[in-house]
Structures are given as structure tokens and as C-alpha cells.
Design a protein. Structure first.
Length: 277
């Protein structure tokens, strides 16, 4: 598959949809829009705004997905809090269905504690696996895919553990969660904040990609080509994705103010079929 044949997309919140549509209509290779959800998307006023934004994108010919509220914690170990987080995740899936989305992206979450880091990781993975079992059963009712996104590790010496952040997390989740509707969203920017986190899961287990840059220390969501010395060779990475005949969405995750900057870099790579930037 050639680079331009990939299902290119952009990330947007409902309030910025009009501005973003004005930008992306100039670039016919953009085919997908991912809408970022607030914490309680089913609240009537918020849902109405989301539906209007989704309708505007769909009427312009774009396929849709959603990014669930990033602070939903599917690794929560306290039962009452775990149920509250699961409810919010289910609400995000229902909203995805209501606005015509194809899949929903979720962060795994985090767990706090001291002691053996491997024991803590296993505890968090067990909680995540239990939450995913229930969430995938709910997703099956709507025939929606769930894409679990890698997040960057907590700072060194922090008592916070975030999942998934390493290849071993992806492998463990793939082994524990048995559902064809569960895929991963590999976020290049998050992966590059930690060298271990940069290990991508097997591409056959990936449902979508997020593309952005940073200084390898902070989650800046800069456009392609926007960070000095960012380690990803975009031409090589995008060729690798294309050569795998990847059929999922490849999404630019930038602010509306800098979105077109990244699209123009992507356009250059497409037009020169893998030229370096």
C-alpha cells in the first residue's frame, strides 16, 4: 500500500470542528476525523454539541471515531471507583455509537503504590484485564472496536504506574483479553517519551496510530517536523505502515492552531513518496 492510500485522519474537539473542517477540506488525502470526548459526553447539552460536530464531519464525507476522556482509569483497583470508571468508559462507547463512530480510543490508566514495581505492574494489569473484559462485552453489543492507547511512563521515582507504556504491557493485555474487537492505538509521541515505551506492539494487533512530536520529555503534541531532533524517521515509519497494508486510521494529533503545519509536512512526504523531512 502506498503512503497516500492510508486512511489519514485528524483529531479534533467538537468546539473546533468548523475550523478543522475548513482546513482539511483542502487536503483530499484526509479521510477520517477523531472527535475528543469530554468527561460526561452523554450530558444532553454536550451530546447535542457532539452530534452536530459529527454530523458536519459525516456530511463532508469523513469517517468517524472518538477518543474517550483521557482520565478514565481502567486500572483502578478499588471496586467502587473501578465501577465508576467503567460506567464512564461505557458511556463513551455509547456516545461513539450515537454519533456514528467506528471505534473508540481509550487510555489504560494508572495505579499508585510503593514496593516491588513488577508486582505493582501485575496488579495493574489484572485490574485492566478485568475492566476490559466488561468493556469488550459492552462494545460487542454495539459492534464497536476498542483501541487501547499507549501512554508515557510516570516520572522517575514516581509512585504512579501508567499502563500500557511498554511492549510487555501490550503482549500481556493481548494474552489476557480475548476479543477480536480489542486493538491497540500506537501513539508515536507517547512512545518516544520513554525509550522502552517506544517499542511498538505487533502491527497485526494495532487498530490505529496517533502521530505527533515532542522533546522526548513532555507530551507537547507538536506537528510532524515541529520538534528539534525528534527520533522518528517519519518517511521510514510511514513506509513501514504502508508496506504492512495497514487498513486502520493514521491520525495527526495536534492543536487546531498547528494542525495545518503538520498536514503540509505529511503532504510533502506523500507527494515525494517517502522523502525525508
Amino acid at each position: 500500500m502506498r503512503i497516500y492510500e492510508l486512511a489519514w485522519g485528524v483529531s479534533v474537539d467538537a468546539q473546533s470542528m468548523k475550523e478543522v473542517l475548513r482546513i482539511i477540506k483542502k487536503y483530499p488525502f484526509i479521510k477520517h476525523v477523531q472527535i475528543k470526548l469530554p468527561g460526561e459526553p452523554a450530558e444532553p447539552r454536550r451530546l447535542s454539541r457532539l452530534k452536530r460536530a459529527a454530523e458536519a464531519a459525516a456530511q463532508s464525507g469523513y469517517s468517524l471515531s472518538v477518543h474517550a476522556y483521557p482520565h478514565i482509569n481502567l486500572c483502578e483497583g478499588i471496586p467502587a471507583l473501578a465501577q465508576a470508571n467503567l460506567f464512564l468508559a461505557q458511556e463513551a462507547l455509547r456516545t461513539c455509537y450515537d454519533i456514528g463512530g467506528q471505534f473508540a480510543v481509550f487510555h489504560g490508566g494508572s495505579i499508585q503504590g510503593r514496593g516491588n514495581p513488577q508486582l505493582l505492574r501485575r496488579k495493574a494489569l489484572a485490574a485492566l484485564a478485568q475492566a476490559l473484559d466488561e468493556l469488550m462485552e459492552y462494545a460487542q453489543g454495539y459492534n464497536l472496536s476498542v483501541h487501547l492507547e499507549n501512554i508515557y511512563p510516570a516520572p522517575f521515582r514516581s509512585e504512579l504506574l501508567r499502563l500500557p507504556s511498554r511492549r510487555e504491557d501490550f503482549d500481556a493485555i493481548a494474552d489476557m483479553a480475548d476479543s477480536p474487537l480489542l486493538k491497540f492505538c500506537y501513539d508515536y509521541g507517547h512512545g518516544m517519551i520513554d525509550s522502552l515505551g517506544g517499542e511498538m506492539p505487533a502491527i497485526e494487533n494495532i487498530g490505529s496510530f496517533h502521530l505527533h512530536e515532542n522533546d522526548c520529555l513532555n507530551d507537547l503534541h507538536l506537528p510532524l517536523g515541529g520538534a528539534r531532533d525528534f527520533p522518528a524517521d517519519w518517511s521510514a515509519e510511514l513506509n513501514k505502515i504502508g508496506q504492512a497494508d495497514f487498513s486502520g486510521a493514521v491520525i495527526l494529533e495536534n492543536s487546531p492552531e498547528r494542525l495545518e503545519e503538520g498536514i503540509k509536512v505529511l503532504q510533502f512526504i506523500i507527494e515525494h513518496e517517502g522523502a525525508s523531512i
